[in-house]
Design a binder for this molecule. Sequence first.
Ligand code: TUI
Length: 306
Amino acid sequence: MLGIRYPMFQGGMAWIADGRLAAAVSEGGGLGIIAAGNAPAEYVREQVRIAKALTNKPVGVNIMLMSPYACEVAAAVIEEKVDVVTTGAGNPSAYMKDWKAANIKVIPVVASVAMAKLMTRLGASALIAEGGESGGHVGELTTMVLVPQVRDATDLPVIAAGGIADGRGVAAAFMLGAEGVQLGTRFLSAYECTVLQNYKDKILKATDLCTMVTGKRLGHPVRSLRTKFAQNYSRAEYGGMPDDELEGLAVGALRLAVKEGDLEKGCFLAGQIAAMVKKEQPAAEIIKEIMDEAEPILKGAVRWVE
Ligand code: TUI
């Protein structure tokens, strides 16, 4: 459907997944995805052009639907002739007709069965079933529970996301009914990922309990590294800080982590699988290593009886 060698997407990580990372992933045989995040359309146009100058392979754009610029980015991807659009953190129904008319393949993240059914009805090309092991904005369900239920709710290809960082995770996702995977945290360690070195180092040093979810009280739960900021926010959240003050704490926190490496005020988004990200590598090597590990696992189907 997409003309990619391996059924692997690189997740659209706000302020991190730029044209350079996306191009490197697409050149490596996966689908590179530029994250629009909270940026205006002009940023997205620029990144699409950077990616297209670096690769002839398809590249996607992820639209974060809570962004104040979501509407202008939705129009820009049509003008820039983007091949694939993924969406996150909301319901893209309002844009589906225009994207489809422009022949864009629309692949929304769904966090529930109801959303999977709605997106199927509205003409999505595939669905990303993202469980709460992921970094960033999280739904209620885990990957283990969400993927098979989305598989049963649609005839579309299902791409599993959340908690996958190696070949075993890919194989497990396929066993649950997925036909593709999306990885975010693992690509933070790609050479071509231009995030600050201290962000990468924090991922490389992460251990199993290094992430936590904050923001539930205001209805936007987000998984991030357990930094001083995350712990302070959590204390404020459960300590009765008024909503407007709490919102103020979170404003710009993502950008401060990525662009300034600010440990006091920055929110370092990361998935639970961060502990399994061990070294920096070229994006193409990450993809090949993972898929080479998954292949024999999937070929050697379990036999219970001799
Ligand atoms: O979107 C993500 N991950 C993200 S977005 C982000 S930026 C942000 N900044 C501040 C607050 C919140 C986010 C950082 N990480 N992943 C995809 C994803 N989408 N996970 C869950 C969902 C989702 C949730 C509800 C998709 C649809 C949905 O539908 C609700 C509805 O409106 O019906």
